[in-house]
Design a protein around this ligand. Structure first.
Ligand code: TMP
Length: 201
């Protein structure tokens, strides 16, 4: 039991779900309210993590090697930033966290979910978000939004990942599912509604 955790919020969703936009919106909103808050992305968020992100994105590799790199980035982020921020009483927003690995490397690429759960626990020291905001969109909607990006996965892959997310969040208590197909500001209003019970915002 870690009693100093103030609030750790993770945003999850498939590529093109709009979670990065929403995570940034929430960050700016809380800053404007004077709430101490940090925002980090995964992979990335630290000097080493950003280097690992670059490698993951640009190099060809098998899924096991990739898993190690995602977890290495996560481990560094937790140790270098997240634990320290939470100890200082800051709220931490993460743009992707452990569910992404289960959904992408597990459901998407076929790695054993128990292995991933073990890796996740090891990389995070068992720290879990107080709240996971899962932004769900149909793959067709996501792909339309991804048209302008250089790197994106196949429709079939994203379908597996989306199904994976939905399967994982089914049994979790600390998750809210938000309909990400709606207009950006409407989605944000829904996120704020969920959070208003937690923060006085
Ligand atoms: P981003 O575009 O949301 O920043 O994420 C980069 C890519 O990395 C995205 O396609 C999802 C993928 N990813 C995984 O496959 N496993 C993970 O554990 C994480 C954090 C991201």
């Amino acid at each position: 039991m870690i009693s100093y955790i103030i609030m750790l919020i993770a945003f999850e969703g498939i590529d093109g779900s709009g979670k990065t936009t929403q995570a940034k919106k929430l960050y700016r909103y809380l800053v404007a309210k004077g709430i101490p808050v940090s925002l980090y992305r995964e992979p990335g968020g630290t000097k080493l993590g950003e280097k690992l992100r670059e490698i993951i994105i640009t190099e060809e590799m098998d899924e096991r090697t990739e898993l190690f790199l995602f977890e290495a980035s996560r481990s560094r982020l937790i140790t270098e930033k997240v634990i320290k921020d939470l100890k200082k009483g800051k709220t931490v927003i993460l743009d992707r966290f452990t569910l992404s690995t289960l959904a992408y490397q597990g459901y998407g690429k076929g790695i054993d979910l128990e292995v991933i759960n073990e890796f996740n626990r090891f990389a995070t020291w068992g720290i879990e978000p107080n709240l996971i905001v899962f932004i769900d969109v149909p793959v067709e909607v996501a792909i339309k939004r991804l048209k302008n990006r250089t790197r994106f996965e196949s429709k079939e892959f994203l379908e597996r990942v989306r199904r994976g997310f939905l399967e994982i969040v089914k049994d979790k208590r600390n998750v809210v599912i938000i309909d990400g197909a709606k207009e950006e500001n409407t989605v944000f209003e829904e996120i704020l509604k969920t959070l208003s019970g937690i923060f006085s915002i």
